[in-house]
Design a protein around this ligand. Structure first.
Ligand code: ZN
Length: 1069
């Protein structure tokens, strides 16, 4: 799966009640969703709630509390009572639609912990019942969730008819599972079958079990809701080695929660109607929501699927179609070929009215989307087959399926999902055209497509045994995506950009006390806590390091062996190490006393990473390692050691050769040097291939500062990032670090500039509120001045030039380089002025990229953009100009142009940009505007943006709210992050009602940027108070707020120690 920066819907304490009325005529079905949430005694304002499918009449809602007595909730007055006695400390609440039956616990006491049962009476429909658990750490979340293994599935025959009909979003299902009985532990004396199910109604009358052809008696059907178990209790025991067949009828739900087999809708502009599709997202544990199954990654089986659909729709699944069955005059069922042996989480189904496209000659590789988006699929259709061919060669293993489909899904939880043979994407991860999208949109498409296709081998063909090894799955795909993307888009130089995207980014997160090792023990995968930047990003840089020390040839051959050995099966990280080890032995690339496992265990089982200290003394290199901590306070020596692959070269040697020439396993070592080394300048960790920082003696740093311009770009980017972060951690003086960074005056390389911008941003954020800040800003402006002059005059369309230009202009405008601001304003405003009193507002208002079809005129557009000269003015004086000028802001320039426009504009400008955001259908326009609206310096507009974010009339999709809150959080000049925290506190209940299930996820984004701008005790206390007040309601997000407190305390200490150093240094310049 491609994460969307940890996008995951964290559900609130609560449960959802939905009645299921299936087309099969079952109407008395009580239906519930069960959840377990952490709570501690003393938590304030914890809530427990259920939601009904229709409005609840007051006092029709009751709850059985853990102490087993029943309380009545008066949703009108908020009173909670047991019969006639009012209960203090508890308040009843509902939502705007009156569908929620909720109780707020003022302060959690021991008696509140346990299972709550929620009952809603309904005059017209059956009563509804649901459960929710509040458990503290001692009571424990349910951890023993693994299925017993005495029944193992071999094949499934599954037919599903999703009804995409309002008020009846149900799925009618029939299943037959052929399985094997084996000798294995179970706690029912072999008299039960245990599989997974969730939110599904099992037609118990229909359950049939037969062993070796003879029918067994099912004495009862049980459910363990905490473990998602369906348990079939048998009269007779199962006998090992006999075949077992299980079949039954069931009904599941097509919910709108982005999980399981769910529904998603979009507005079809061609037909002027809203259309709904049914689609799936199963990783990690949601296949069981669609149909009962053995839902663990190593319980692989062959699947034969039938998907019912209306005749005007299409269906898709992992395999090619094998036939069609007529169901009735409206419905047919598409039959699919039996699948290869695979895991449940990789299955996928889509029923929709989508259309498709494919590249010439590749009709077995189709890309699907709603009709009007089809032209935007061409790029993916072009690169997809090329990347597959590249991987087939790289892994020396043919793609095993006969076809591939990829689809753009309107509502999607993560970035994309690698379902075998049917990959699903969020729209921004697959749609692209040259006119409406920027180069960074294209970058996103090429990397995500390459990522998902890499999973077809790593993850799908060979699957992790259990979720512990998720990092390997994701880290691998996150690294290989660079190779795949580089193959089809070499102009992007992605193998260099990995430094910005992964190495430096993960260096930061992994140097905080709150980091964790990437190999983690996962007991209950439902919480998905390891789908994070550490798993993806650190996994990627470790695999890059490994490829480098093993050499490309050995690494790739070892991988090919691994795929052959474990195809259609499961493996653990040690299996991969073993395949690579065998190949390394054969090729003689590692020295005798170290294995791949020994090396990699030091990197995957420990959190953090080392800094290598290098000194040249008495004719030798003295090197030593210690754990790198960003927090100065964490200086206590840790015992951890890593096996570090060290490469070092003098500047007269070949600096593109990254071969390892020394291994450091101990705390320190001495490397004998050549006699000439006294006069040479050396650099360590060539190309930053190793996942560690390097700190030199001041003398060597000074030599590197002098030789900076002779170094290759990756070394320059490495030095800038290392120097500023070592200084931040108190391990290098700021005078050396800033001296080194001063070299960027002549820097034209994207990777190095990105690295400088990123690491200087910390100083900008920390110093921003000081009255001497303009002096520091002036210093950075001066650094950037020459680079700005060069790139702003360039019209090059080369990829690297375009992205460098965007980076520099965005930075220059945010630093207040006047020419940059003028340029931005000219681009949206000035050229219109001679004729009209137009301002940004007018343009924003009139020019709508959605209307470009009507007004497109290349000639005028080009003239306006670059060269409206005075002779032509009369000619281009026409209303259409307005419409085109805005559009003529090249997609790659939109980011900094819009942001600058809003920053220097007024309220009317802001309003019109908001208006545009509400109307546009152009993806890039949407995301750019969402970010630009946060660029304002006006605190009143920030407040307005916050209010608008929870306006029910806003057209911003819930999945995109993240952009809004990150933009506000980064609005440093309007103090956005602090205002947002206050707003959240003041409007807690309102916001909570508005977001419902996605509240906690959104709160996390609202708080995310706060620590980046906070370095005072006051700001720390504010966040700490917030956390202690709401810990009970924050659930799994409380941990990320804890991490934020870590960051702020590090910032406070940094401020005490180094704040003045920076100003002193700048004043000396
Ligand atoms: Zn992935």
């Amino acid at each position: 799966m491609e994460s969307f920066n940890n996008f995951r819907l964290f559900f609130l304490l609560g449960c959802l009640l939905l009645p299921g009325i299936s087309s099969a005529g079952i109407e008395d079905m009580g239906f519930s969703l069960d959840r377990t949430y952490p709570a501690e005694i003393g938590d304030m304002n914890a809530t427990v709630w259920c939601r009904a499918s229709q409005p609840i009449q007051s006092r029709m809602c009751t709850m059985r509390v853990p102490g087993d007595f029943i309380i009545t909730l008066d949703l009108e007055s908020g009173a909670v009572s047991t019969g006639s006695t009012a209960l203090e400390g508890y308040t009843a609440f509902t939502d705007q639609e009156n569908r929620k039956c909720g109780i707020r616990i003022q302060s959690v006491v021991l008696e509140d912990l346990g299972q709550w049962e929620c009952m809603i009476e309904n005059a017209e429909a059956p009563n509804q019942i649901g459960f929710v658990n509040l458990l503290n750490n001692e009571m424990g979340f349910v951890k023993d969730v693994r299925l017993p293994r005495h029944v193992l599935p071999v094949s499934y025959n599954l037919s599903l008819i999703p009804f995409i009909i309002e008020n009846n979003y149900t799925i009618d299902g029939n299943i037959r599972i052929e399985s094997n009985i084996v000798e294995a532990e179970n706690n029912c004396d072999d008299k039960c079958i245990v599989m997974h199910t969730r939110d599904t109604y099992i037609d118990e009358e229909s359950v049939l079990v037969s062993m070796d052809g003879f029918k067994l008696t099912v004495s009862s059907v049980g459910y363990d809701k905490e473990r998602d178990y369906l348990i079939l209790y048998l009269e007779e025991p199962l006998t090992a080695n006999l075949p077992l067949t299980i079949s039954f009828h069931f009904i599941s739900q097509l919910q709108d929660n982005l999980a399981g087999f769910y529904r998603s809708s979009y507005y079809d502009n061609l037909a002027n109607v809203t259309k709904t599709i049914a689609t799936t997202q199963f990783e990690s544990t949601d296949a069981r929501r669609a149909f009962p199954c053995f839902d663990e990654p190593d319980m692989k089986a062959n699947f034969t699927i039938g998907l019912g659909r209306k005749k005007n729709m299409i269906s898709l699944s992992n395999m090619p179609k094998s036939g069609l069955v007529e169901l009735n005059e409206d419905y047919v069922m598409d039959m699919y070929e039996t699948s290869v042996r695979m895991s449940t989480y990789l299955l996928a189904f889509i029923v929709s009215e989508f259309g498709n496209t494919f590249a010439p000659g590749h009709e077995n590789f189709k890309i699907w989307a709603q009709e009007e988006k089809i032209p935007e699929l061409e790029y993916a259709a072009d690169i997809g087959p090329k990347i597959v061919e590249f991987y087939e060669e790289l892994f020396d293993y043919k793609f095993p399926l006969e076809k591939m489909d990829m689809a753009a899904i309107p509502d999607f939880q993560s970035g994309a999902m690698e379902n075998w043979g049917l990959i699903t994407y969020r729209d921004t991860a697959i749609l692209y055209n040259q006119e409406d999208f920027s180069q960074s949109s294209r970058l996103r498409v090429v990397t995500v497509v390459a990522h998902e296709l890499a999973h077809q081998w790593f993850g799908n063909l060979v699957t992790m045994k259990w979720w512990n090894d998720l990092w390997l799955n994701e880290g691998f795909a996150s690294y290989i995506e660079y190779l795949g993307a580089d193959h089809v888009a070499p102009e992007m130089k992605l193998l260099d950009q990995i430094l910005n995207f992964d190495v430096h980014d993960v260096f930061y997160l992994d140097s905080l006390p709150s980091s964790h090792s990437i190999s983690v023990n996962i007991e209950n995968p439902i919480f998905q806590e390891n789908f994070d930047r550490i798993s993806y990003g650190k996994g990627s840089v470790l695999i890059r390091m490994m490829e480098n020390f093993l050499t490309k040839k050995t690494f790739r051959q070892g991988l090919a062996n691994y795929f052959k050995a474990h195809a259609y099966s499961n493996a653990e990280q040690d299996d991969l190490w073993a395949s690579l080890e065998d190949q390394a032995q054969e090729d003689g690339v590692l020295n005798q006393n170290m294995t791949v496992k020994q090396i990699m265990d030091t990197w995957t089982l420990q959190k953090g990473y080392p800094v290598l200290n290098v000194d040249f003394r008495d004719g030798n290199w003295e090197i030593s390692q210690e754990k790198f901590n960003l927090n100065v306070e964490e200086k206590e020596k840790s015992e951890e050691l890593w096996k570090i692959p060290i490469s070092y070269r003098s500047l007269s040697e070949n600096l593109s050769d990254t071969t390892v020439n020394f291994w450091l396993s101990e705390a320190a070592a001495t490397i004998p040097a050549n006699s000439t080394d006294y006069n040479e300048t050396y650099i360590f960790n060539i190309g930053q291939m190793g996942y560690y920082r390097v700190n030199y003696s001041p003398e060597n740093w000074n030599r590197l500062i002098k030789s900076y311009t002779d170094l290759p770009n990756l070394s320059r980017a490495q030095l800038v990032d290392d120097a500023l972060n070592l200084a931040r951690a108190g391990q290098l003086t700021y005078s050396i670090a800033l001296e080194l960074v001063s070299n960027i005056r002549s820097e034209m390389d994207y990777v190095t500039l990105g690295s400088a911008k990123n690491s200087l941003q910390f100083l900008m954020n920390m110093l921003a509120k000081d009255e001497r800040f303009p002096g520091f800003q002036e210093y950075v402006r001066a650094l950037l001045q020459d680079v700005y002059q060069q790139v702003s005059g360039s019209n090059s369309n080369e990829y690297m030039d375009v992205v460098t230009r965007s980076l520099v202009l965005d930075w220059a405008c945010s630093l207040g380089i006047q020419d940059c601001i003028d340029t931005a304003l000219i681009m949206i405003m000035y050229k219109v002025n001679p004729y009209f009193t137009a301002k940004l507002i007018v343009i924003m208002h009139i020019v709508n990229p959605d209307e470009k079809g009507e007004v497109y005129c290349t000639k005028i557009l080009i003239m306006i953009m670059y060269s409206v000269n005075s002779d032509e003015k009369g000619w281009v004086h026409c209303t259409t100009i307005f419409i085109m000028i805005m559009y003529s802001v090249n997609p790659d320039e939109k980011g900094w142009v819009y942001c600058t426009g809003i920053k220097y504009g007024n309220e009317e400008d802001w309003d019109l940009a908001w208006d545009r955001l509400q109307k546009t259908n152009v993806l890039l326009e949407k995301s750019t505007l969402m970010t630009a609206l946060g660029c304002t310096k006006d605190t009143a507009l920030i407040d307005k943006y916050l209010e608008r974010s929870i306006d029910p009339n806003s057209t911003i999709r819930t999945q995109d709210k993240r952009y809004v809150y990150l933009a506000i959080g980064d609005s440093s000049e309007a103090d956005g992050s602090a205002r947002m925290l206050t707003w959240l506190e003041d409007n807690w209940e309102k916001i909570k009602e508005f977001y419902g299930d996605t509240f906690v996820y959104n709160v996390k984004n609202m708080v995310l940027r706060y620590p980046e701008y906070s370095n005072t005790q006051e700001s720390f206390d504010k966040l700490r108070l917030f956390l202690s007040t709401h810990r009970g309601e924050l659930g799994s997000s409380a941990e990320s707020v804890d991490q934020s407190l870590d960051k702020i305390s590090a910032n406070i200490r940094w401020r005490e120690l180094f704040y003045e150093d920076i100003f002193t240094w700048v004043e000396g310049q």
